[in-house]
Every structure is written in C-alpha cells, then in structure tokens.
Design a protein around this ligand. Structure first.
Ligand code: GTP
Ligand code: MG
Ligand code: ZN
Length: 377
C-alpha cells in the first residue's frame, strides 16, 4: 500500500498497481476545461474491436449503447489527439512522458474506476496542463494490449497498451523453466493482438537449452537466449527492441528487471535474488512502468505473475490460440469437439502420433479446464 500527497493536501491511497479497464470511457468534447463538474460524458467502449472486454454480465447492455456503425465509432474515438504517453499509472494519478519530461498528473474522474484509473503504461493520452496542475482528460483508442482478469472482480486489468512486442521472459533455471506459463502468455498475447517473443534468460545456468524450447520456434515465435551475467544475447535483444515499445512479462525472478539493466547500463532498477528455499522470485517489481532506454528502446517492466488468468478468451475459442492444435481440429468428427474426450478426435490422434507436443496439449487442457470453471462461477 502506498500513499501519495497531492498538491491540495489530499492523500490518495493507491493499492492496485495493475490497471482496470472495465469502464473505458472517452470524453465527447476533449477541449473542455478539466475541472468542470458534471461534464457531459458518455460511457463508451474503447473501440469497436474491444467491445468484448466489457464485463460479461454487462456485455449485452453495453453493446446496446454502443455505436451501431463501426466506422462512425472509429471516427468518434480517433478524434482525441494525444500529447503524452503513460509511463506508470498510480491509483488516481499517473506519470506521463510529456516531451522529454516525466510529469505526475491527476487523472480526470471520467477515466477513473474506483480507486484506480483505467490507464495502462503505453496509453496515448491528452494532458491539459497549466502552471499548477496537469490532468489527463482523454485517451486514444488502443492499438492492442496485454491484459488479464482482475482477481476477484469481473473486469479486465490491462498491464500494457500499444505495444510492438510482448517479451515473455522465462529462465532456464532459478526459477525452473515452465512451459505452462509460456503457453498462457502466448494465448494472452494473441488475444490482445500483440506479437510475442520468448526471451530465454539465465542461459549461464544451464549447459543446454530446455528441449521444449524448439517447439516455440516451430510455431513461428522468435526465441532469444540471453544471460544478464555474461551478456550473451543482449545485443540481439537490443537490436530487436530498438525503435519499439515492448513489455517484459513472466514469472517473478526470471530476470525481467535485470534485462532492463543489461540493455542499458545507465539503468540500475531494483532486482532481488531468488529465494534459495522456494526457488521462487520475491516479487521485487511491484508496479508496471515504462523505461526509455538508450538505442531508442521503450520497455515496460511488469511485476512477476504467479498464475496468469486469461481475459476475453472463451473455452470454445481457446483452440484457435493453439495453432499447432487448431490445424488438426477441422478433421475431428464433431465440429464442436473440445479435444478432451470425444471419439475420433484428430487433435488427440495427433498427440498420440507425436505430431503435437504432449506438454502443449496438456497446457491446452489445463487452460480449457480453468476457463470452463471460470465461466461457470
Ligand atoms: N545467473 C543469472 N542470474 C540472473 C540473470 N538475470 C537475472 N538474474 C538474477 O535473478 C534474480 C532475479 O532477477 P530480477 O531481475 O529481480 O527478476 P524479475 O523477473 O524482475 O522479478 P520480479 O520483479 O519479482 O518479477 C536476481 O538475483 C538477478 O541477479 C541471468 O541471466 N543469470
Ligand atoms: Mg522485476
Ligand atoms: Zn477434437
């Protein structure tokens, strides 16, 4: 729990570092003065493609209110001209990159839901600033995003927006290489419209690469092997990320923050050893934050996540986010085959014949079970 003193002496408690995107609202008239109360706002979804991010319970009601004509809606939202980039949301405040400065802004009420704003690092925003105050009053439609369900609440948490690459960091050891988590991140990236890249870190700790890494290359996912200790692979990662905005995601302790420090030696952000007894990270990074590194690299460091939930993916759709499985599903006897128990299932046959990796199939089944449980709860 963190406290912040505002200019007016008010204390703001910020207890949620991830960003909630349930009520995504855009102001109808972005030229309005920021402090005017009861301004005419319209509750809107972010953009037509994002309507599925609405609360499942409220989805139909919200769709009724949404603009009917997709083109008209896109024009409506694209009217916001951004002049700053969100670096780090912080409850009802947010740091933004404004020209070359980093400025702490208030977030206008229309972009706040409960104790936190709906903003995420990478959001392009309109800031109105006078000599005493800086207020974020509007936000551009998102090109893409990486998100998950907000724990215990039926809404979405977006942890990075408008990103070129989702860098899924996994360590070969300490903590143990975990394909289950990678598979979940790959689904989340595809669901959010983001290109994933796998960064296999801590390669100084193993003689050989884990066998299952090759399957990701075969799926067309770029894999970069790195070590923050020996700096192996860091140049390659730097070249990939140059000129881009990316997000580092993955389990706690895999070395996300260490990679930021390795990419730019001018940085020295907090990192912490993995616990000797549990072999797990200690959740050192507690808030998502964008860094501007040398070499024109912008990168969002995020806190490690133990179990990544998936937002906006139904059990029936999951198949499509596993392209290695999906290529066989048209051959299943039943069109709505879940590939878990049905007879004459081409996917399970392909697993038996070694054409689909068993671990990938196991991930599919595990994720499907969790999505089915979620949709029943
Ligand atoms: N041997 C080795 N250790 C590394 C490497 N990269 C990071 N580490 C160590 O791993 C530990 C965890 O690194 P962090 O960068 O804090 O990990 P993180 O992913 O940011 O963790 P959270 O912030 O908790 O999500 C630190 O002790 C690092 O020094 C590497 O390539 N090789
Ligand atoms: Mg960290
Ligand atoms: Zn099947």
């Amino acid at each position: 729990m963190n406290t912040f003193f505002l200019r007016h002496g008010m204390i703001v408690i910020a207890d949620s570092f991830f960003v909630n995107a349930y009520w995504l609202r855009v102001i109808t008239d972005t030229t309005m003065p920021p402090h005017k109360k009861n301004k005419p706002v319209r509750k809107r979804d972010w953009k037509p493609e994002d309507w599925d991010t609405a609360s499942r319970q409220n989805r139909s009601r919200r769709e009724e209110n949404a603009p009917q004509d997709t083109r008209a809606a896109a024009d409506y939202f694209s009217g916001v001209t951004a002049n700053a980039l969100v670096v780090s949301p912080y409850g009802v405040l947010a740091f933004v990159q404004w020209n070359d400065d980093e400025v702490l802004c208030r977030v206008d009420d229309v972009l706040v839901d409960g104790k936190s704003s709906v903003l995420a690092p990478g959001d392009q925003v309109l800031v109105e600033r006078d000599k005493d105050d800086a207020v974020i009053v509007a936000v551009r439609p998102r090109r893409n995003k990486l998100s998950r369900p907000d724990i215990g609440r039926d809404r979405e948490q977006v942890f990075a927006a408008n990103i070129d690459y989702a860098v899924v960091v996994a360590s070969v050891a300490k903590p143990m290489f975990n394909t289950g988590l990678i598979d979940r991140y790959l689904v989340a990236a595809q669901a959010g419209g983001v290109t994933p890249v796998i960064c296999l870190n801590k390669i100084d700790l193993a003689e050989t690469e884990p066998e299952s890494v090759q399957q990701y290359r075969e799926l067309g996912v770029q894999v970069i092997a790195t070590s923050c200790e020996t700096v192996a692979g860091i140049d390659q990662l730097r070249a990939l990320l140059s000129g881009k905005l990316s997000v580092l995601t993955g389990n706690s302790g895999v070395g996300k923050s260490s990679l930021v420090n390795a990419l730019d030696p001018d940085f020295d952000i907090d990192t912490q050893e993995v616990s000797e007894s549990t072999k797990k990270g200690r959740h050192t990074t507690t808030t998502s934050r964008m860094y501007a590194l040398s070499g024109d690299i912008r990168i969002i460091d995020t806190p490690g996540i133990r179990q990544l939930g998936l937002w906006g993916v139904t059990p029936a759709e999951l198949n499509y986010f596993f392209p290695d499985l999906a290529q066989y599903s048209p051959m299943c006897k039943f069109r709505d085959c879940t590939h878990t128990h049905e007879p004459k299932c081409a996917v399970r046959d392909a697993v038996e014949q070694g054409q689909i990796g068993r671990a990938r199939y196991a991930s599919y089944v595990r994720i499907r079970t969790s999505l089915t449980e979620d949709s029943q709860s």
